[in-house]
Design a binder for this molecule. Structure first.
Ligand code: ZN
Length: 79
């Protein structure tokens, strides 16, 4: 599997081994989870990675001021 950087870390359950170094910085809260910017960051919810045991591991990620705090969910699309 090739390394990749998701457009928005919060939109999928990630596989740590498939992530780029930049994506790891986003997971660690050192860069915007959505665009990768290191501009002033604010809490941006959670991203998830698969754990070896089959569950999910949550990461408190951050987003920059130019990105929405949360990505649209199915419940919000209709409003
Ligand atoms: Zn951003």
């Amino acid at each position: 599997m090739a390394l990749h950087t998701p457009a928005d870390l919060r939109t999928e359950v990630l596989d740590l081994l498939s992530l780029t170094t930049e994506a790891h910085l986003r997971l660690a809260g050192l860069a915007c989870a959505r665009c990768g910017s290191t501009a002033p960051l604010r809490p941006g919810g959670h991203a998830y990675t698969r754990s070896p045991g089959g569950g999910r591991l949550g990461w408190a990620v951050k987003v920059c001021e130019g990105c929405p705090l949360t990505h649209p969910t199915e419940g919000e699309l209709g409003s």
